[in-house]
Write a protein that binds this ligand. Structure first.
Ligand code: NAD
Length: 417
């Protein structure tokens, strides 16, 4: 499945939920195409004095619930279909979390690995200038994504503030603390994921003490998920990254693995019982499997051999629709991406609120507010899962998200009931 097929996956997920919900076709029509996609050309002076014209885009999928929100990706393979899919997922995720945001996503076709810091800065400033007419704290709020980080967010915020003549931290989230970032943002996705696992364990009568966990992709989301689950008593038995994987049925220390990843850039050299391939890792006998790397990792072929009882999607779109069907038939519960990784955008929302108030919270307050939102979202999804006979947890999550979007559309008069 190619990356651009992500959009077909979104449409299939929307279709499945719409069928169970018997959704009004007009609402479905509004949810299956973005509100607008804005395309820009950005001339950037390179270090050798020449000019390169970069292509960028920003897709604002649906803003019925509030200003749109979503990351900006700098990547050679950025394409319109992928950006549309990611913007759609943001729409459903924000709705499900109950936060007052619509969904968006942006991207610039470039290879940041081959660019100097000066070129990247000029590209970042050029991109935000190009999309300035359609973004802003009350319109659309960008954030980091693949190959964009807090430095890029600082340039976005600084350039936009200079253009407007007013300091505007609420333009973007994922900023460094010193210019209006939020405490707890760095670990928010994993912390939110841990709350969903805790709630699922309660609901499914699963003991987390000694429960075995496998993590694919030991980056930000994966490594902190392992750390937080270890704190709940789980045993981390296998992890990997793009360089390879390590396995020890007796358990490995999540924090030592993080330290090694920090020092060497990989977990590969961790002392363990066995080195394992990506395929072996995904199909290990374990209680909880956390895909935290890329899209389309759990394919139908992999799903047939998956032995985990619970899959928790830290990554966006790691399971293909064919695999989803197989997992459901096998009775494996999946906590879907739009629920499991919603902690990230939730704390981004907190960052924006703090920016608008110009009043900043302690980390404990951020974590407490995050917990409340994640527990509430999990409970709503689990309730829908029990209510609709044909719904797995993913369809249930879409049902909850779509119902809120539908209520807002009806209330605003976009559709009639
Ligand atoms: P990251 O770059 O910090 O980590 C990704 C990790 O995956 C890296 O360690 C990399 O080596 C590893 N990886 C890459 N290809 C792999 C492969 N084929 N097999 C195994 N490992 C591989 O990224 P992240 O921020 O942790 O994001 C991971 C996923 O979580 C993405 O899908 C992202 O969209 C999603 N996500 C992240 C956040 C967040 O706040 N970080 C929020 C929502 C969703």
């Amino acid at each position: 499945m190619s990356k651009s097929d992500c959009y077909e996956v979104v449409l299939k997920q929307l279709d499945d939920a719409a069928r169970v919900l018997n959704l009004d076709p007009k609402i479905k029509e509004l949810l299956q195409e973005p509100m607008r996609t804005f395309k820009v050309s950005i001339p950037v002076r390179l270090d050798d004095g020449s000019i390169n014209i970069f292509k960028g885009l920003r897709c604002q999928y649906n803003d019925v619930l509030g200003p749109t929100k979503g990351g900006v990706r700098f990547h050679p393979q950025v394409n319109e279909d992928e950006v549309k899919a990611l913007a759609a997922w943001m729409t459903f995720k924000c709705s499900l979390a109950g936060i007052p945001y619509g969904g968006a996503k942006g991207g610039v076709e470039c290879n940041p690995k081959e660019m100097s810091e000066g070129e990247l800065e000029r590209l970042s400033r050029g991109f935000i200038e190009a999309i300035a007419p359609i973004v802003g704290p009350q319109k659309d709020i960008p954030a980091p994504d693949v190959y964009t980080d807090e430095k890029v967010m600082s340039w976005f915020m600084d350039q936009y503030s200079k253009m407007k003549g007013v300091n505007t931290p609420g333009l973007v989230t994922g900023k460094p603390l010193v210019i209006g970032g939020s405490c707890g943002r760095h670990t928010a996705t994993a912390r939110g994921l841990m709350y969903t696992v805790r709630e699922a364990a309660n609901a499914l009568d699963m003991d987390l003490e000694g429960a075995t966990v496998v993590v694919q992709g030991y980056g930000n989301a994966g490594s902190y998920s392992a750390k937080f689950l270890q704190e709940l008593g789980c045993k981390i038995i296998a992890v990997n990254d793009s360089c390879g994987g390590v396995y020890n049925p007796e358990g490995m220390d999540a924090v030592e693995l993080m330290e090694l990843k920090e020092q060497e850039g990989s977990v590969c050299n961790y002392s363990c019982k066995e080195r394992i391939s990506n395929e072996e890792l995904l199909t290990l006998d374990c209680d909880i499997l956390i895909p935290a790397a890329l899209e389309n990792q759990i394919t139908a072929e992999v799903a047939r051999d998956v032995k985990a009882n619970l899959i928790v999607e830290a990554a966006n779109g790691p399971t293909t629709p064919e695999a989803d069907k197989i997992l459901s038939e096998k009775g494996i519960i999946v906590i879907p991406d739009i629920l499991a990784n919603a902690g990230g955008v939730t704390v981004s929302y907190f960052e924006w609120v703090q920016n608008l108030y110009n009043y900043y919270w302690e980390k404990e307050e951020v974590d407490k507010k995050l917990e409340k939102i994640m527990v509430s979202a999990f409970n709503k999804v689990y309730e829908a899962y029990n209510k609709y006979e044909d719904a797995n947890m993913r369809i249930a999550a879409y049902i909850v998200a779509i119902e809120r979007l539908k209520d807002a559309m009806v209330t605003r008069g976009w559709v009639v009931e």
